[in-house]
Design a protein around this ligand. Structure first.
Ligand code: ADP
Ligand code: MG
Length: 260
């Protein structure tokens, strides 16, 4: 049964989509069957794996709001073993349309539960907010991966995210765990990045991944070619580090299984 990981941080531009797309593609490259779920109306993860949003007449919106079967919107991507449930701008309405509906917080969970046996990992790319779409993601997930950008105010706002995680644990998903904290966009030329790493490690301790994502031009370019880094430039530093991260995620899963 697939492990469901939500990539969440209500701040925009911290590397959620880049990490969701590239972690998914690297897990698939390492021979795992992966489903990427785009739950951000901007649909950046969808275009990041080569899907033309204009060609899509159905997306995660129809699953959440109209009860369409999830299996009907799982489509293959340009990476072998990686499928995606796409998002289009239609999803922008869901945040409000879901408010008066029954079991509005568990709609994504029901959808993912119906397909997760087909996959080893399900990775959810969350929008930059703590609204109903992110709550749905945290409710559907086994764990949360939190990307934190290596910049001055890195930890700011994380208490709100942690608070939301605690509320979801209390009311909707008792089993939700923190999968790990991923430091992103490290600029190796400055001392600031190193200071931020130390600060984040002091706070999250062994939850911080050893793989730290550098600022890498190729990672920034890949989305405009509709390709994960492992296709766009497999020899780049960005590809290497996301592969290392995928190996850490796999190893963490094995460690947890051994403990139980
Ligand atoms: P979020 O999903 O949190 O809003 P994104 O993953 O979309 O953040 O990243 C924001 C922008 O920064 C995008 O244009 C992306 O291509 C770029 N970016 C993300 N990570 C890196 C990186 N490690 N190196 C260079 N550019 C990056
Ligand atoms: Mg994003």
């Amino acid at each position: 049964m697939g492990k469901v990981i939500a990539v969440a941080n209500q701040k925009g531009g911290v590397g959620k989509t880049t990490s969701a797309v590239n972690l998914s593609a690297c897990l698939a490259y390492l021979n795992h069957k992966v489903l990427l779920v785009d739950i951000d109306p901007q649909g950046n993860a969808t275009s990041g794996v080569g899907i033309n949003k204009a060609d899509m007449d159905q997306c995660i919106y129809n699953v959440l709001v109209e009860d369409l079967e999830a299996e009907k919107v799982c489509v293959p991507t340009n990476v072998e073993k990686l499928d995606i449930i796409p998002a289009t701008i239609q999803l922008a309405g869901a945040e409000i349309e879901l408010v008066p509906t029954i079991s509005r917080e568990v709609r994504l969970k029901k959808a993912i539960d119906s397909v997760k046996d087909n996959y080893d990992f399900v990775i959810i790319d969350c929008p930059p907010s703590l609204g109903l779409l992110t709550i749905n993601s945290l409710t559907a997930a086994d764990s949360v991966l939190i990307p934190v950008q290596c910049e001055y105010y890195a930890l700011e706002g994380l208490s709100q995210l942690l608070n939301t995680i605690r509320l979801v644990q209390k009311h909707l998903n008792k089993e939700l765990m923190i999968e790990g904290v991923l430091l992103t966009m490290l600029d190796a030329r400055t001392n600031l990045g190193i200071q931020v790493i130390e600060e984040v490690k002091k706070y999250f301790q062994d939850k911080v991944y050893k793989s730290v994502i550098p600022r890498n031009i190729r990672l920034g370019e890949a989305p405009s070619h509709g390709q994960p880094i492992i296709l766009y430039d497999p020899k780049s530093r960005g590809a290497e580090v996301y592969l290392d991260l995928a190996k850490e995620v796999i190893a963490n899963g094995e460690r947890v299984r051994e403990r139980n």
